[in-house]
Each structure stands twice: as C-alpha cells, then as structure tokens.
Design a protein around this ligand. Structure first.
Ligand code: BDR
Ligand code: CA
Length: 309
C-alpha cells in the first residue's frame, strides 16, 4: 500500500487523479492539499470536497493551502480548458460537511505516516515549498515525492519553454529541487496519457464516477479537439505520477539535478545537463513511457475495486 498525501489544484486532470487515487487498490489517500492553479484556492478546495463526497469518502482530510505564487502573479482561472468552476460542466455547491483542516495537519500527517508516506504534487509547488520550509525534519522521513511538472527539450504548454506548474511558481519549484529528492514526470511523458474516445466511453460507465467523469471531461475534450486536433484525445497529465508510483517499470529514467529559470523571458523553463560526461544528480526524471501499459494500468486501477482485486 502507498499512503499518499496529494497536493493539487483540481482542475480536470487533477480531478481525474483524485478519482484514480480513490479507486486504486494500491493507494490509500490520506489527505488532499488544495491550492490555486487551474482555479482559485477556494474553488480547488470545494472541488476536492465535491469529489470525495461523490465517492462517499468525506472523512479524508482536505487542507486548503496556498492562494498565491511566490513568483509570477498568473491569472488563476482557465475556464476554456477546465470549465467555469474547474470541473468541466459541474458547478459544485460551496458547502460540504467535509473534513476541512488547517495547514498544520500536514505536519500531523507527516509524523503519523512517517517513512510510509508518499507525497504527490500535481500543481504549483507553493504549498509544498511552504510545508518543507516549516517542517524540514519531518520531510526527511518521507518515503517518496512524485511531481507532475516540467518540460525537458520539448515545448512548454504555458510558454514556449515552460510547463504550467513550474511557470506558476518557479521560485518554489527551484527550492523543492534543491532540497528534496523527487521523481518527476514532465510533459515529455505525461502528454502520452491520452484518453481516446473508446476509453472515455468505458470510463463514463464507471459505477461511482461515471457521470462525474462524463461531465468533467466534456469541456476538456472540446478544448483539445479545437486546439490540437491531431491528438486522438486530451492528455490527462496528473494521473501519470500516481501510475508510475504504483508501477515504476512503466517508465525509463534519467538521474540528474534539475535547474529552473526564475527570471526573464525563459521563466519556468526546466533543464538538466545531459552531456555524455555529466554527473548523476539527485532527481529521477521519467524520460520515456510505455503508453499502452500506462493506459492499461489506468483502466485496470479504475475498475479493480469492484472486481475485488
Ligand atoms: C499541469 O498544469 C495544470 O494545469 C494541469 O492540471 C497539470 O497539472 C500540466 O502542465
Ligand atoms: Ca494540476
């Protein structure tokens, strides 16, 4: 079992990752930390609570965290990609009798799960950097840290050279890569997590999340159809670190230090030294991925719960 504390900004692909974390037979979701990013902090909090309620899992703690970046002041809403409230056509009500807790809950979770805890970051790293700055000793015990972010030697998606999560808070990203050993899944590999129409159709038959997935994905599918019609469906970036954690053999990796540009036109750009004689570094970067196996694993995890696996 992987005990997972999920930092995120749901957001459509974050929402798909939350549903995967709930369904995955090898994952126990022990908390969700919500921040600004795809939507505002308040909206991402409500959205996480909404998804937990759909699953009957409202006992899982939701910890509202960062509302703004330490770096760029980017516009915090992408209605054309993620829908009005960040969940496609769903407009969740704002009050759930959930388990909303304060930032220091992160410290309690770190100490409770200790060496068994895996952290997965699916958004801007502001809250993660803040937590590391406050709870340095507790972080030393964490088993693994997985991150969706970055783009290496491929175009960015927020600027020509920057991926959205890193661009959104490049200073926090640089801080994290200086002080934490992570496994990172950049756009290079997450852009392979494409849900084709037949897969979407099967997912919409899901007994817990089917109608939610249908309502969530509609806006996102339309956006990608219009902007990138050459793709066979939209990429669900944020499911990739979860799947790689559960099955590391899905990917090949390079081990290097990661540099993040924090000023100027290239802000948010990530790069590493891949010259033949360059030294091994502390970050593990997913470099290639088995797309077929990735999607197989995804579907299997989404449907395995009720098959009693
Ligand atoms: C990442 O940026 C966010 O907008 C998505 O949710 C994903 O985490 C992709 O670049
Ligand atoms: Ca995200």
């Amino acid at each position: 079992k992987h005990y997972v504390l999920l930092f995120c900004d749901p957001g459509i692909d974050d929402a798909m990752a939350i549903m995967l974390a709930i369904m995955h037979p090898q994952i126990e979701l022990v908390g969700i930390v919500t921040s600004y990013g795809n939507v505002t902090k308040d909206q991402s909090t409500v959205n996480a609570e909404y998804l937990l309620k759909v699953a009957g899992m409202s006992h899982i703690p939701v910890i509202p965290a960062a509302f703004r970046s330490f770096s760029e002041f980017e516009e915090v809403s992408y209605p054309d990609i993620h829908g009005e409230a960040g969940l496609g056509s769903i407009m969740p009500e704002h009050h759930f009798p959930g388990n909303r807790l304060g930032f220091d809950t992160i410290r309690s979770i770190l100490t409770t799960y200790n060496r068994q805890l895996t952290i997965i970051e699916l958004g801007r790293m502001t809250a993660l950097a803040s937590a590391l700055n406050l709870y340095e000793n507790e972080f030393n015990q964490v088993k693994n840290v997985f991150i969706m972010g970055g783009a290496f030697f491929v175009p960015g998606n927020r600027t020509p050279v920057a991926e959205a999560n890193i661009y959104g808070d490049s200073v926090s990203a640089r801080f994290i890569f200086q002080f934490l050993q992570t496994t990172i899944t950049p756009l290079n590999v997450t852009s392979q997590a494409i849900v084709t129409p037949p897969l979407v159709q099967r997912l919409t038959s899901h007994s817990t999340f089917g109608s939610t997935i249908q309502a969530i994905l509609s806006v996102y599918i339309n956006y990608y159809q219009e902007k990138q019609p050459q793709l066979s469906g939209p990429p669900i970036h944020d499911i990739v670190p979860l799947l790689i954690m559960a099955n590391p053999s899905l990917a090949t990796y390079v081990h290097r230090d990661i540099e993040v540009v924090t000023t100027g036109e290239a802000t948010g750009m990530t790069f590493m030294d891949l010259r033949p004689d360059s030294p091994i570094g502390q970050q593990k970067i997913a470099w290639t991925i088995n797309q077929k196996q990735l999607l197989n694993d995804y579907e299997k995890a989404m449907f395995s719960f009720y098959a009693g696996e």
